[in-house]
Design a protein around this ligand. Structure first.
Ligand code: HEC
Ligand code: HEC
Ligand code: HEC
Ligand code: HEC
Length: 437
């Protein structure tokens, strides 16, 4: 009896594991009822924050007023979107599936409730999941977060799951691919950092009651996890024969934009340890792999070194063959997958702050920030670290203010991708490091 039970458990486990549901699948698993079903004034549509409630209940008002997701569909009506779509031969951008998949909550028509409107853009259920099963029950105080999740609410509180969700639009995934052709038609380049972006237009607050209901919050860990998940996502795109490769070359969007888009007169090539490539070679956009090494530095130094070596091996493989590239990408993917849970469980403390900054500066001195994309990620990392450690009280007020004062110069150095200078960036980074404890 016991043996049969164990077998059944094993079978259930293996089927759930084999499915490995993506964020896109999870969000689409249930019917989407529409933003209008969330926005009543006694639900999430209050104009003032509620005092006697776990949540502010003004989430809809904040989203509608401040959050660009509420305008994501309207963007498609604008002339610049229409021009992109026209150049691609897509017709009307507001009707094109490829645009709607990221600029709206584009679930199939049969999965839309009566009050659903695609013009609501990236609405509540595009992140919180189809509300079909939890809409009526979730406001009851006796209902726990676990109950909601069991009914299909998406676990946005979990940093790994949140990163997978955000990146499905902010980097693209195999069902929602942003291609170099779309960029070529005028789409802005995408850049994402989980902690920074989570706090740009929030309709939520992490307070004691949030922690009681949903668990710990740590901004540094979010940053670290975000880098790992983004690096995995890059490799998944590269490994997918359908999306990653069209013809003889991998999808250009996975490469470093500036590797090709620079001025002929620049003539300023220099070596980068992290790639090991010589001059005149197009390189993958490894920004998240570079930054994930900093996240790993306080967790496991030898693992950071392993990621460094396997990233170099991947770069080398891209100059050899498709098979070699796939093999190297698979190796690195397996390494990241094994490390991510360690990073997600790690308690980043005040000492980590120094370790992370020190490894960033060391890389700066050896020329790792020759590529703009990595400098951009390092900038958001520095900001995220200082803010999160400051908020947690792990850095005292004076230090936080001193380091923050030097962040502006770092941001200045990456303000314009076409005028990026590694020298200016590294100098700003070193000055920031000098202000840290
Ligand atoms: C993989 C998801 C994805 C796809 C596919 C996609 N977009 Fe976007 N788009 C985004 C994201 C994310 C942003 C915001 C970038 C940022 O600010 O960091 C954006 C920004 C834009 C912007 C600039 C908006 C602004 O406020 O500055 C325009 C215009 C745009 N997209 C049009 C389109 C059109 C037209 C299509 C279809 C051809 C399309 N997008 C396809 C994800 C996507
Ligand atoms: C771009 C993704 C996104 C969209 C769109 C979005 N949310 Fe959220 N929401 C989040 C994230 C991330 C959190 C914070 C993590 C958490 O509490 O799970 C959150 C948290 C919340 C919370 C919980 C706060 C708490 O204390 O537990 C509520 C309530 C909420 N959102 C309601 C809404 C409503 C209503 C809408 C639509 C008007 C909406 N959200 C749209 C991502 C989103
Ligand atoms: C369904 C696709 C989708 C998902 C999922 C999504 N986003 Fe977005 N996001 C967009 C699009 C499209 C835009 C651009 C909207 C515009 O410019 O009007 C955007 C814009 C943003 C912006 C504004 C960027 C800026 O330059 O001001 C932030 C911040 C942001 N998203 C954070 C997040 C976070 C955090 C998550 C995950 C919790 C997330 N997004 C999930 C599609 C998405
Ligand atoms: C392997 C080299 C290569 C890489 C890497 C690359 N591009 Fe391109 N890009 C090209 C080529 C070739 C063209 C076509 C130029 C033309 O049509 O004259 C182009 C065209 C463009 C255009 C249109 C320029 C115009 O003249 O209108 C934009 C915008 C663009 N790319 C953005 C990007 C972004 C963003 C990235 C990184 C995500 C990127 N590219 C990565 C080679 C590259």
């Amino acid at each position: 009896m016991k043996a049969i039970f164990a077998l059944l458990v094993a079978m259930v486990l293996s089927t759930t594991c084999a499915r490995a549901e993506t964020a896109v699948d999870a969000i689409a698993a249930h019917k989407h009822m529409g933003v209008a079903t969330c926005s009543s004034s006694v639900c999430h549509g209050s104009s003032q924050p509620f005092r006697d409630s776990n949540i502010a209940q003004n989430e809809f008002a904040i989203w509608q007023q401040f959050d660009p997701h509420a305008k994501a569909y309207q963007v498609l009506e604008q002339p610049r979107s229409q021009a992109i779509a026209r150049k691609l031969g897509l017709g009307d951008a507001t009707k094109a599936k490829v645009c709607l998949d990221c600029h709206a909550d584009n679930v199939p028509v049969t999965d839309r409730g009566e009050r659903f409107q695609v013009a609501d853009g990236v609405g509540c259920e595009a992140c919180h999941g189809g509300a079909e099963q939890w809409l009526n029950s979730h406001a009851d105080r006796k209902v726990t977060y676990a109950d909601d999740l069991a009914k299909g609410m998406y676990p946005t509180a979990d940093p790994v799951k949140r990163a997978q969700l955000c990146l499905s639009c902010h980097m693209g995934e195999k069902e929602r691919m942003i291609t170099h052709r779309i960029m070529g038609a005028g789409h802005p380049r995408l850049a994402f950092e989980l902690d920074t972006f989570t706090w740009l237009h929030p309709h939520y607050k992490i307070d004691a009651d949030w922690i009681k209901r949903k668990g710990e919050w740590n901004g540094v860990r979010d940053w670290a996890v975000g880098q790992g998940v983004a690096a995995e996502n890059l490799l998944d795109l590269l490994l997918d024969p359908k999306t990653g490769w069209q013809g003889i070359f991998p999808e250009l969007v996975l490469f470093n934009c500036q590797a090709c888009h620079k001025l002929m007169k620049d003539n300023n090539w220099g070596p980068r340890q992290g790639t090991g490539l010589g001059p005149g070679v197009v390189r993958l956009n490894d920004a998240n792999l570079v930054t994930f090494r900093y996240a790993l530095a306080p967790v496991d130094k030898s693992a950071a070194q392993r990621v460094f070596e396997q990233t170099r091996a991947l770069h080398a493989a891209t100059t050899q063959s498709r098979e070699a590239t796939f093999a190297a990408a698979r190796n690195l993917r397996a390494t990241l997958e094994a490390l991510l849970p360690k990073v997600a469980a790690f308690n980043y403390d005040a000492a980590s702050f120094n370790t992370i900054l020190a490894s960033m500066v060391a890389d700066g001195e050896s020329g790792e920030f020759r590529d703009y994309a990595a400098a951009e990620q390092a900038t958001m990392a520095a900001d995220s670290l200082v803010t999160a450690f400051g908020n947690d009280g792990k850095l005292d007020k004076e230090r936080t203010a001193a380091v923050k004062g030097r962040l502006n110069a770092v941001y200045d150095a990456v303000k314009d991708e076409d005028r990026y200078s590694m020298g200016q960036f590294v100098a700003a980074l070193k000055a920031l490091r000098a202000a840290a404890p």
